[in-house]
Design a protein around this ligand. Structure first.
Ligand SMILES: *Cc1c(COP(=O)(O)O)cnc(C)c1O
Length: 410
C-alpha cells in the first residue's frame, strides 16, 4: 500500500499529483506505478482468509474490493478534490446511481436541480420512481425554492455547478447552507469543476468554516481521463460513516473498475490541470467571439459577465483558480428554424457531433431545451441551444470553423 500523501508545503495541485506518495518495488525506482490486475488474491492460511479486512483497506481480499492500483487512484482523487475517502465506479452515471441507491429507500424523496445532468433525472423518473422513491426538481438559481421543497421525506439533494448544457452557475455555498440547515445530505456532480475550479468540500476557502458538500461525484470519463477513451466515475466523501454507507452499497452492487482503465486515468492525472487550463482559455476566447455574432441570441459561459449566475461563479471560482472548464453553449436566435441549426452543426468540421467532453477533440450537440426543463427558464433567450465542448485544438482553427459553418444559417 502506498504511504501517506506528500505533505505541504507542496500546495500546488499539479506538483502534488506528480509527486504523490508511491513506493516502487525494491530495486526498481521508476516513478510510474505498476498495474496490478486480479480477481483472486491468495491468502497464506484460513485464519488470514477469515481475518483480512477489506472495508478499511487494511488488506486485500478480492479484486472487486480493491487492488494497489485502484487504491492509488482513489488516494490521488482524494488529493484532487480535497476528500478523505473515494470509491471508483464504472462510469460517471454509475457514481450518481451509487449515491442514490445507497442513500434512498421507499418513501424517501430526492431533490434534483432542474438543470441537472439529464440521466440523473431519468434515473429518478425510472428506477427510483419504480421503487417508491419520489423526486422533485428545484430551481438551482433560487435557494429559497430548494428550501421550500425540502420536506421531512427529503433524504438527498443533488447539486451541480455549472448546470448541464445551460451552464448557469448557482450560489453553491447558499444551496449547501440550505441543505445543512435542514440536515439533508448534499451530493454535488463535480464533473465540470473537476476539483480544479473550486474546492467542493471547502466552499469558503480561507474562512476556516469547512463548509462544503457531503458527497462529490465526478465523471472521470471527462477531464481526468482526458482521452475520450475511458469510462469511469468516483464518489468522494469526508465522512467515514457516510462513506461506509456508500461503500457497502458499492460492494453489494459489484461496481468494479478495470485495472487498465485505472492506469489510463493515473497516467492522465499529472497533466489534468494543464489540460483544464488549455480547454478553459480556448472556450473563453470562443465564448467572447460568439457574443459578437448576431446569429446568437445568448452565449452561456460562467465567466462571461452576462451569463446567468456569473457573480456566483466569480465569488466561488474567482477566489480559487478562476477556472471555467471548456464548455460553452449558444442559443441560436429564434428566427432560425431548428433544421437550419442542424445544418450549422452538420457543417462544422473540427467540432464533431458527439456526446461527452474532456478529450482532445472538440464536440458539438444541439439540444431541444424545451423537453429538458419544467419550463423555459426566464434567464434564457428563446431559440435553439447548441452546446460546444472545446478540445485542445488551436483557437483560430475552431473560430474559423464556427465562422464557416454559420454561413449555413443564413
Ligand atoms: C458525462 C457526465 C456524467 C456521466 O458520466 P459517464 O461516465 O458518461 O457516465 C455525469 N455528470 C456530468 C455532469 C457529466 O457531464
Amino acid at each position: 500500500m502506498s504511504p501517506a500523501l506528500v505533505p505541504n508545503p507542496m500546495t500546488d495541485l499539479s506538483t502534488q499529483l506528480i509527486h504523490h506518495g508511491y513506493t516502487p518495488p525494491a530495486g526498481f525506482a521508476a516513478p510510474q506505478p505498476g498495474v496490478f490486475k486480479a480477481s483472486t488474491v491468495i491468502f497464506p492460511n484460513v485464519a488470514a482468509m477469515r481475518s483480512t479486512e477489506w472495508k478499511d483497506k487494511s488488506g486485500y481480499t478480492y479484486g472487486l474490493h480493491g487492488t494497489p492500483t485502484s487504491f492509488m487512484l482513489e488516494e490521488r482523487l482524494c488529493t484532487l478534490e480535497g476528500g478523505l475517502q473515494c470509491l471508483l465506479v464504472p462510469s460517471g452515471l454509475a457514481a450518481i446511481a451509487n449515491v442514490a441507491l445507497a442513500l434512498l429507500k421507499t418513501g424517501d424523496e430526492v431533490l434534483i436541480p432542474d438543470n441537472a445532468y439529464g440521466p440523473n433525472k431519468t434515473l429518478a423518473e425510472g428506477e427510483l420512481k419504480g421503487w417508491g422513491i419520489t423526486h422533485r426538481f428545484y430551481d438551482p438559481m433560487d435557494p429559497s425554492d430548494l428550501s421550500a421543497k425540502i420536506s421531512s421525506r427529503t433524504r438527498l439533494v443533488w447539486l451541480e455547478a455549472a448546470g448541464s448544457v445551460t451552464l448557469e452557475f448557482p450560489d453553491l455555498l447558499e444551496l449547501t447552507r440550505v441543505c445543512r440547515r435542514h440536515g439533508v445530505i448534499s451530493a454535488l456532480d463535480n464533473t465540470w469543476g473537476a476539483g480544479l475550479a473550486f474546492q467542493p468540500f471547502d466552499l469558503e476557502p480561507g474562512a476556516g468554516t469547512g463548509l462544503g458538500v457531503d458527497v462529490s461525484v465526478h465523471a472521470l470519463t471527462k477531464y481526468p481521463s482526458g482521452g475520450g477513451d475511458v469510462l469511469m466515475g468516483s464518489v468522494i466523501t469526508r465522512d467515514v460513516g457516510l462513506h461506509m454507507r456508500l461503500k457497502l452499497c458499492h460492494m453489494r452492487l459489484g461496481l468494479g473498475v478495470a485495472a487498465n482503465d485505472v492506469e489510463a486515468v493515473l497516467r492522465a492525472l499529472p497533466s489534468l490541470e494543464l489540460r483544464y487550463q488549455a480547454h478553459d482559455r480556448c472556450a473563453r476566447a470562443l465564448a467572447q467571439w460568439c457574443t459578437q455574432r448576431p446569429e446568437f441570441a445568448q452565449v452561456l459561459h460562467p465567466a462571461l459577465p452576462a451569463s446567468p449566475g456569473h457573480a456566483h461563479w466569480q465569488a466561488l471560482c474567482g477566489a480559487a483558480s478562476g477556472g471555467a472548464a471548456g464548455l460553452l453553449s449558444v442559443i441560436v436566435h429564434e428566427r432560425y428554424r431548428p433544421s437550419q441549426v442542424d445544418a450549422f452543426c452538420d457543417a462544422l468540421r473540427y467540432f464533431k457531433l458527439g456526446y461527452s467532453w474532456g478529450g482532445p477533440m472538440s464536440l458539438v450537440v444541439p439540444y431541444e431545451l424545451a423537453s429538458m426543463r419544467l419550463a423555459w427558464p426566464s434567464h434564457l433567450a428563446r431559440g435553439t441551444l447548441v452546446r460546444f465542448s472545446v478540445g485542445l485544438e488551436a483557437v483560430a482553427d475552431l473560430q474559423a470553423d464556427l465562422q464557416q459553418a454559420l454561413t449555413r444559417l443564413a
